[in-house]
Design a protein around this ligand. Structure first.
Ligand code: DHB
Ligand code: MG
Length: 223
């Protein structure tokens, strides 16, 4: 067996052992096939990590860039609890419709607010209307705009808030400083911005498994 096959087997084993999904989560994960980006949803063990982080910091308000079918949204919404709020930004009407149905079926319809439109514009609208800060932000939308989304996240959080940036490794391509790939440039721009901003303290990890070789960055706002 190839390394990739074993990595998928290990993910299957870990998820079977530790990360039970109910019918609504399975249906949401499978409905990703009907979105504009089949295969981009987080894996179950990644969704569970987002939920654990949310619970560990006692987050009530979560902002997500990139809804897709709402799979990670459901994990986050269940973690904030019935009094919490997950605002999730999605550019595709098709995806937003699928996510709405999935969130409702998962029992978190009242917790989840889907804002339809380009995520940067939706974030600007939230900044303009002056809502309470978000406790956790998950950035997982179009990668070329990562730095813009991170900047918006800094406008929308407070000291102590946590920011998670998905897909920072891209099968190793992120290490190429001369890359002309817009996704890689978007990741590198965001990480450079984070590194230069004294308000953010963070790290990044590579991951393997059912989603191939990628990774995520984790930041805490220190001021
Ligand atoms: C892609 C995007 C994602 O958010 C992800 O988790 C995996 C892949 C993509 O752009 O292909
Ligand atoms: Mg992702």
């Amino acid at each position: 067996m190839s390394h990739a096959d074993v990595q998928v087997e290990v993910d299957d084993y870990l998820v079977e052992t530790l990360v039970p999904e109910d019918e609504a989560l399975v249906a949401a994960r499978e409905s990703a096939q009907d979105t504009t980006m089949p295969g981009a949803a987080v894996a179950p063990n990644q969704g569970k990590l987002l939920a654990l982080l949310t619970e560990m910091i006692g987050a009530h308000r979560v902002l997500e860039f990139g809804t897709l079918a709402g799979y990670s949204t459901i994990w986050l919404a269940r973690a904030v609890g019935p009094q919490g709020r997950v605002v999730t930004l999605e550019v595709s009407e098709q995806n937003a419709g699928i996510a709405r149905r999935n969130a409702d079926a998962a029992g978190v319809g009242d917790v989840v607010e889907i804002m339809l439109g380009p995520a940067g514009e939706s974030a600007d609208r939230i900044i303009e209307t002056g809502q309470a800060p978000f406790d956790l932000v998950f950035i997982d939308a179009d990668k070329p705009n990562n730095a813009r989304y991170l900047q918006a996240a800094l406008e929308l959080t407070r000291p102590g808030s946590v920011i998670v940036l998905d897909n920072v490794v891209r099968a190793g391509r992120v290490a190429d400083q001369d890359s002309t790939d817009d996704d890689v440039r978007g990741v590198r721009d965001a990480l450079a911005l984070a590194a230069a901003d004294p308000r953010l303290d963070g790290t990044a990890l590579q991951t393997v498994g059912s989603k191939g070789w990628d990774g995520f960055a984790l930041f805490r706002r220190v001021s």
